[in-house]
Ligand binder design. Structure first.
Ligand SMILES: Nc1ncnc2c1ncn2[C@@H]1O[C@H](COP(=O)(O)OP(=O)(O)OP(=O)(O)O)[C@@H](O)[C@H]1O
Length: 342
């Protein structure tokens, strides 16, 4: 069976910006596949190329074995795309908007009516179907986007940051819905810069940074590979640099400690990477006690996907996000995207 989605050697630049340098990935039918990376990493560009909305400079893109570049119409039948922000026509009701979408996909009127009712019920928005979309909350709008994207019953649903700006309840409802879709056999490709979203949903993940895939695997395999548990230690609420440094010198030689980093951005807390043994926490506390150093707070955790990102790039996802802010002209990008295929 051919993969549901295959991307090989994708490249795309905008002027001097290399939005996608080298992206290759293969997604099996029925998988939820997460594309994780900070803002500006190239996630949107990758999926816009896949969904025939942006023309790549190089690369092979296939859906159900069909070349997206050679047979875009057929590929679009297989794909449902939920953009980050959708400009809904606010004077139409939800139902009218879905009717319009059905017509765009040439779904016969009778079939369309039944499907629209089914989608409204499935997404739990039947009660709002006859209200103007201008009155919808963010969560409702996103559910309507999902209904619209699924109306033609695509094999592969592609979602760009589907829960940005949503409250926790709406986010949970969307996660549950995506799991139901997977159970029904739909392949889901989701981009996100929320670690916990990808961790909770994705069967496999590709971490993307500056237009390149830097790691691929199941979330647990990736976390296992970076190895070690993480201990976060605060000597005092605000520890002096000197005291943190002496704690570092005390802890680093311990045989179960792999690495100790002092984090000045967080009150000189110490981040330790330790062998995943159950008594590491206890041993650290004992060593501090013997040296007369207090403990304000201490916790141990398994590595997160952020640790995977940190190990591969030398910076955390949050730092990368902050670096991306301000270096982009989002207005100009949106304008260009509105113009259509770029
Ligand atoms: N239409 C455009 N014109 C010029 N530059 C663009 C355009 N679209 C994207 N870029 C640039 O390409 C790079 C990748 O952007 P892209 O939107 O693909 O990233 P992303 O990971 O999806 O981030 P976000 O989630 O914020 O959209 C960024 O540096 C961005 O500024």
């Amino acid at each position: 069976m051919s993969p549901a989605v295959e991307i090989q050697g994708l490249q795309k630049r905008y002027g001097t910006v290399e939005a996608v340098k080298q992206v290759s990935l293969s997604i099996q039918p029925g998988e939820i596949f997460g594309l994780l990376g900070p803002n500006g990493a190239g996630k949107t560009t990758t999926i816009r190329c896949l969904c025939t909305l942006t023309k790549p400079d190089a690369g092979i893109l296939k859906v159900n074995g069909v070349s997206v570049l050679e047979r875009p119409r057929l590929a679009r039948q297989y794909l449902g795309y939920i953009a980050q922000e959708v400009a809904l026509d606010k004077v139409l009701t939800g139902r009218e908007l879905l009717q319009l979408q059905a017509a765009l996909y040439h779904i016969p009127a009778k079939v369309a009516k039944a499907r629209i009712d089914q989608m409204l019920a499935l997404l739990d928005i039947a009660a709002y179907g006859d209200q103007k979309t201008g009155t919808y909350s963010g969560g409702l709008r996103k559910r309507l986007d999902l209904a619209a994207g699924l109306l033609h019953q695509p094999d592969v649903l592609v979602l760009d940051e589907p829960t940005v700006g949503l409250d926790i309840e709406s986010r949970a409802a969307i996660w549950q819905f995506l799991r139901q879709l997977k159970a029904a056999g739909t392949t889901v490709l989701i981009t996100s810069h929320y670690l916990e979203e990808i961790d909770a949903l994705a069967d496999r993940v590709a971490i993307i940074d500056r237009g390149e895939v830097i790691a691929t695997g199941t979330p647990s395999d990736l976390k296992d590979k970076v190895g070690g548990d993480r201990i976060t230690l605060r000597i005092r609420e605000f520890t002096s640099g000197d005291e943190a440094e002496s704690a570092r010198q005390l802890l680093e030689p311990l045989d179960f400690v792999q690495e100790v980093i002092v984090n000045p951005a967080q009150g000189n807390s110490l981040n330790l990477v330790v062998d995943p043994q159950s008594d590491a926490l206890l041993n650290v506390q004992q060593a501090l006690k013997q040296s007369g150093l207090p403990v304000f707070g201490i916790s141990q955790a398994r590595p997160s996907l952020d640790d995977v990102y940190l190990a591969a790039t030398g910076r955390t996802l949050i730092d990368a996000e902050l670096a991306a802010v301000g270096s982009r002209d989002l207005k100009a990008e949106r304008k260009q995207q509105m113009k259509g295929v770029s």
